[in-house]
Design a protein around this ligand. Structure first.
Ligand SMILES: [Zn+2]
Ligand SMILES: [Zn+2]
Length: 299
């Protein structure tokens, strides 16, 4: 464990401690999930735009972390091991980020295997649905688009774009892949409580991702008793008003205020790497919460 910490933080944190100007993007995706950059490419890009470091937070997988951390060590870019779990809570799909997770934790790896298999089976069913609907799309092309990472709907969307069935990712979701559309298949997801707890079991710090995308922001309060430690107040799609609201909410609940761009690559989404960048002190605050029980109601 200590050796792993050395790699991504201790040395670089100490080196950077006095430089208040360094900026960090705490929400990024790689080809391990639905991003278009390989982990190493992402680190090179982070370096080229002057970031001090990033957190890699792929959906339901940690398989990009080792490559990313190695590249970070080589290039003196801090790489925080992270994850982003998709969870269900009533009408909302709630995303929970986990920072500083022990990505070799056996319990975590077992869980991620189950989620990977579920995504695989679901992807196959979606392709079957689309074929029965008359669209030509092969499962092999989807696997190729996923570049060895976990299969998600954006990969299927990418194949539909490539074979000219649709002209954009938005159209792929609007016509075929979104809820209620011909290709849609629901997916097994953790509950929000389970995701928060699993992040903690893996020694990580659970943070609510992009609360501005929730339909019911009052549910944040319920997450506190499960051990939520932070809230992603700074996010490209948050309005100024939302940013103020989540800042206030986070402060009153004693949560770390985090932020990140949710970068997936230039092609698929407009969010650009480093468009939201936060200071080192936020990372140090997150690190202090590892294994912490400083949440509301138990301080
Ligand atoms: Zn998300
Ligand atoms: Zn994300």
């Amino acid at each position: 464990m200590e050796k792993m910490l050395e790699n991504y933080c201790i040395k670089s944190c100490l080196k950077l401690k006095d430089d208040g100007k360094m900026r960090f993007d705490l929400h990024t995706h790689t080809t391990a999930s639905d991003g278009s950059y390989h982990p190493k490419e992402l680190i090179v890009k982070a370096q080229s735009i002057g970031l001090g470091g990033i957190a890699i937070t792929d959906h339901d997988t940690t398989s990009g972390l080792e490559e990313g951390i190695k590249a970070g060590t080589d290039l003196s870019i801090m790489v925080i091991p992270g994850i982003e779990f998709s969870t269900d809570w009533g009408i909302d799909e709630v995303h929970i980020l986990g920072y500083f997770i022990d990505y070799n934790n056996k319990r975590l790896l077992k869980l991620l295997n189950v989620l990977k298999r579920e995504r695989w089976d679901r992807g196959k069913k979606i392709v079957g649905n689309l074929n029965s609907f008359g669209l030509k799309i092969s499962w092999n092309d989807v696997i190729t688009a996923a570049k060895g990472g976990v299969v998600g709907r954006p990969h299927i969307g990418q194949v539909l774009i490539d074979n000219k069935s649709v002209s954009s990712m938005k159209q792929a979701f609007d016509l075929y892949l979104g809820k209620g559309k011909p290709g849609y298949v629901s997916r097994f997801k953790l509950t929000t409580q389970q995701a928060i707890e699993e992040v903690k079991y893996a020694g990580g710090v659970p943070v609510l991702a992009h609360p501005g995308l929730l339909k019911q922001s009052e549910i944040v309060k319920d997450m506190l008793v499960w051990g939520l430690e932070g809230i992603e107040a700074f996010y490209p799609q948050h309005t100024r008003k939302q940013q103020r609201l989540f800042k206030k909410m986070g402060e009153s609940y004693n949560l770390v205020l985090t932020g990140g761009s949710d970068f997936h690559g230039e092609k698929r989404y407009s969010n650009q790497l480093g468009s939201i960048a936060i200071p080192l002190k936020t990372i140090l605050a997150l690190k202090e919460r590892r294994g912490g029980k400083q949440y509301y109601g138990n301080s």
